[in-house]
Design a protein around this ligand. Structure first.
Ligand code: FAD
Length: 557
């Protein structure tokens, strides 16, 4: 076994964050409340120690020229065995890891990536690109079937620098392994920001965001990573694919579009030119409540179609505010925000509040934080409280797993015309699925993460008692049944299998339902050119030509 090569603080392999992170007293109280709502009374299973989890012996031998970047230490293999979905964490609690990577490689530069892919392609070794490992759809688990000689998880964490900044065009060349806080810290001295804040910001990377088409915290405007990519550089087994920096182009299908969302199946993104923004200094925020979901939804649609482009336009349904103790704890609540680096946003907020009133919403005028340049005011209040809760949410899930609880989320997008029936159908269908899988009803709530002129991205959270006796096998079986039902529901009712979490292995069934077979064949053709031996992340999105990997993840039948 080699030395550990991961850098930075030790990560919690069975949960979110760093091994040293602790929960506040209020958070512990919140967990107790949720467990009591779910009637989770069993004492529970102790959180696992690294030494509890046995990994099979590593297969294959790294090439001698690359030996120094290869690790098969227990910690490196363990922390690259899964992403961070509920099922991933639960299997860690079970101490069950059937598909650890045989090796984890940490290239120091792009040449290391090129050499590694050359070697992997000639030795039938599957390569799983790994950014922060926060995938929630089975995107980084080396579950590649039986046809490969070995698996290597390729971790980009050493490629973490902002290489160049073009302040005139407001763009930067950034290496793919940079984590959110690192890249923002390197941009800050220049007064610039990428302004991309997924909930996983602290532990996910630029390359992962591009590969999964991640969605940031902001509700409208440039919030999907797609909007921010100016050019990409990708090492594929067939060579380097570099696209050209341009503000826009009409020259045929856009090459970046093949890479954005490719989920590691075509190659390894090593760097990208990203569009930046001047750091906002004017802000305004407010929150409003509604008597019912229908009027709240109408209000959000009108705001989305108004051209005001609020930075935050997050509608939480009545179950969401009740479950997370937000606002009055019972009314659909809209959290609204505006920001700009250039001008005051008071007028936009005033107009938005008129729309709120027109739709029957009410707000406390004294709690509207009008923007003052550089003021902290608009960061506080309901919007500030929401942001703090949002960032801490993932930490609360972990301790509940060992008590038999199931807590998970899924997200989608749907056009406005179908929304009402979709929302009702998903909530009702999920309760039915939870009852069937566990014998009890659970908690199912919804919020909007992104809004568009033609539709919305609803984000559902569900919790249930998977096993009253904290039997984790039972919890996992119940989760699989509920997750399959969720996949079928969102696509069956007209939505997409994912708005920003990606397809990975776990959403393949929905992806195959929603995408045209002809399109998938075209994609497979492109993959076959870039990755002729089919070694790049097999089992994700589509099968490599000539191999049947199929749904190889946890949801495989
Ligand atoms: C608590 C929590 C909150 C989350 N919140 C959000 C959110 O708000 N918005 C959102 O969009 N997602 C969210 N996610 C999902 C996840 O964080 C995103 O999918 C993120 O983009 C993954 O980035 P990563 O660096 O961790 O990538 P990884 O998980 O390491 O990899 C994800 C996929 O991308 C591929 N990949 C990674 N790096 C590269 C590269 N350089 N080249 C080619 N392929 C690569 C991998 O092979 C894999 O298929 C959340 C996840 C968790 C656990």
């Amino acid at each position: 076994m080699t030395d550990t090569l991961s850098i930075g603080p030790r990560r919690r392999f069975w949960g979110w964050g760093n091994a040293a992170d602790v929960l506040s007293t209020t958070e512990q109280e919140g967990i107790k409340n949720t467990l009591s709502l779910l009637r989770a009374n069993a004492e529970g299973v102790a959180s696992p120690q690294e030494s509890d989890v046995l990994l099979r012996a590593s297969r294959g031998t790294p090439p001698s020229a690359l030996r120094s970047i290869f690790s098969n230490s227990h910690y490196d293999r363990l922390t690259h065995s899964y992403g961070k979905s509920f099922a991933d964490l639960l299997r860690m609690w079970q101490r069950v890891v059937p598909n650890p990577p045989d090796w984890v490689a940490f290239p120091n530069d792009e040449q290391g990536v090129v050499d590694l892919l050359d070697w992997a392609s000639t030795h039938n070794v599957a390569v799983i690109p790994f950014g922060g490992g926060t995938s929630v759809c089975g995107g980084v688990e080396p579950a590649v079937g039986e046809s490969y000689a070995a698996t290597v998880s390729l971790d980009l964490q050493r490629l973490n620098r902002v290489l160049e900044i073009d302040t005139m065009s407001r763009a930067a060349l950034i290496q793919a392994g940079a984590f959110g806080p690192d890249l923002e810290a390197q941009l800050k001295p220049h007064g610039l920001t990428m302004r991309h804040y997924p909930q996983s910001f602290q532990f996910s990377t630029l390359g992962g965001w591009i590969a999964t088409r991640a969605g940031g915290h902001y509700a409208t405007g440039a919030t999907h990573i797609d909007d921010m990519v100016e050019a990409t550089r990708t090492v594929t087994p067939a060579g380097i694919l570099q696209t050209r920096r341009l503000p826009a182009s009409g020259a045929g299908p856009a090459p970046d579009r093949l890479i954005i969302g490719s989920e590691g199946t075509c190659g390894v993104i090593t760097e990208a030119w990203m569009r930046l923004q001047t750091r906002p200094t004017f802000r305004a925020s407010a929150s409003a409540i509604f008597a019912d979901m229908k009027s709240a939804v109408q209000c959000v649609r009108m705001l989305a179609q108004s051209g005001l482009n609020p930075s935050n336009c997050r509608l939480l349904d009545a179950d969401e505010v009740a479950n997370f103790h937000i606002g009055d704890g019972k009314s659909p609540t809209l959290v609204l925000g505006f920001e700009s680096a250039d001008h005051a946003v008071n007028a936009a907020m005033q107009r938005a509040l008129e729309i709120v009133s027109d739709c029957g919403g009410s707000y406390d005028a004294s709690s509207v934080n009008q923007s003052m340049q550089n003021s902290e005011g608009a960061r506080s209040g309901a919007a500030g409280a929401w942001r703090d809760t949002f960032i801490r949410m993932p930490y609360l899930r972990d301790p509940m797993i060992g008590r038999g609880a199931i807590l998970d989320t899924f997200e989608t997008a749907i056009t406005w015309d179908k929304f009402d029936a979709f929302y009702a159908g998903v909530k009702e269908g999920m309760q039915r699925a939870i009852k069937k899988a566990t014998g009890n009803y659970g908690l199912v709530s919804c919020r909007f993460t992104h809004v568009y002129a033609d539709g919305v991205a609803p984000y559902f959270t569900f919790s249930a008692l998977g096993s009253a006796s904290a039997n984790l096998d039972q919890s996992l079986a119940a989760w699989c049944e509920i997750k399959r039902a969720a996949n079928d529901l969102v696509v069956g009712l007209g939505g997409t299998s994912t708005h920003h979490h990606a397809v990975g292995r776990d959403h393949r069934s929905g992806y195959e339902l929603e995408s045209a077979p002809l399109f998938r064949s075209a994609l497979a053709g492109a993959k076959a050119v870039l990755d002729p031996q089919g070694v790049m992340n097999p089992g994700v999105l589509i099968d490599p030509a000539g191999r049947k990997v199929g749904m190889s993840g946890i949801l495989a039948a």
